[in-house]
Design a protein around this ligand. Structure first.
Ligand code: SAM
Length: 234
């Protein structure tokens, strides 16, 4: 019996239907912007190690749609946003394409990835996006950066507790850290541990199974006064 090949979905269609499952209706200009972004990721990936996401379907599912899963949890009034360890631009660039009023800072330790991010920002003509090639821990020493953000993200940069510690210095009181997590538990007593470091769970969203990553969820953690003298690694 011959192997049956699943027909490859058209990446634009996959993006449109996946976004609809999140309640987002993309217009033709937005779809074109995502296509241009995808093509630049593929072009740069051919000559450097930019992202583990290889084919167009993976880029759309695990890159674009997984990033857009944060969108329903971003408050309307959020303006200043930080993405630590942005890599090829996830989740910041997909979010910026749909919420252009967010002023993003992308902090990326790798020089080559930061060059890609600069290129993508120019290519997609994104306003109010700053790319900083530094480690987040070093940027946090700048008093102008401390407490300066309403929103922080750090997808796949470190285990969840370390992510929370990395973004903590940047968030003002009431600011949100969107923790993108897999289906498993965060770890025993994780929410207590986070409460000790000044984060309380505000909301949680399980991403639709249609996005192809069952059980994947986003936790909105609000920056509050720490319950106790919880130490961080940073
Ligand atoms: N967030 C992207 C994503 O989800 O596709 C990239 C994830 S990649 C696994 C981790 C990225 O974080 C790498 O590009 C790495 O250079 C960067 N990184 C790791 N530690 C960092 C730090 N302390 N400050 C800034 N960037 C960091």
């Amino acid at each position: 019996m011959g192997l049956r090949h699943r027909p490859r979905p058209d990446p634009d269609e996959l993006l449109i239907t996946g976004a609809l499952s999140l309640g987002l209706r993309l217009g033709p200009e937005q779809v074109a912007a995502f296509r241009a972004y995808r093509e630049e990721i593929a072009r740069w990936s051919a000559r450097m190690s930019l992202t583990a996401l290889r084919d167009p379907e993976e880029i759309v599912r695990a890159g674009f749609l997984d990033s857009l899963g944060c969108l329903p949890l971003i408050p309307r009034e959020a303006r200043r946003a930080l993405d630590v360890g942005s890599g090829a631009g996830f989740p910041a660039i997909p979010l910026k394409l749909l919420r252009p009023e967010l002023a993003f800072t992308l902090v990326e330790a790798s020089r080559k990835k930061a060059s890609f991010l600069q290129h993508a920002v120019r290519h997609l003509r994104l306003g109010e996006v700053r790319v900083v090639q530094r480690r987040a821990e070093a940027l946090a020493d700048d008093p102008a950066e401390r407490g300066a953000y309403d929103l922080a993200l750090a997808r796949a940069v470190a285990p969840p507790p370390e992510q929370a510690c990395l973004v903590r210095p940047f968030l003002g009181a009431g600011g949100l850290f969107l923790l993108q997590a897999g289906p498993g538990p965060l770890g025993p007593d994780a929410l207590d541990w986070l409460a000790g470091r000044g984060f309380e769970l505000a909301r949680e969203l399980v991403l639709p199974a249609a996005l192809g990553r069952p059980g994947r969820r986003v936790l909105a953690l609000r920056r509050v006064e720490p319950r106790g003298p919880g130490e961080c690694f940073t």
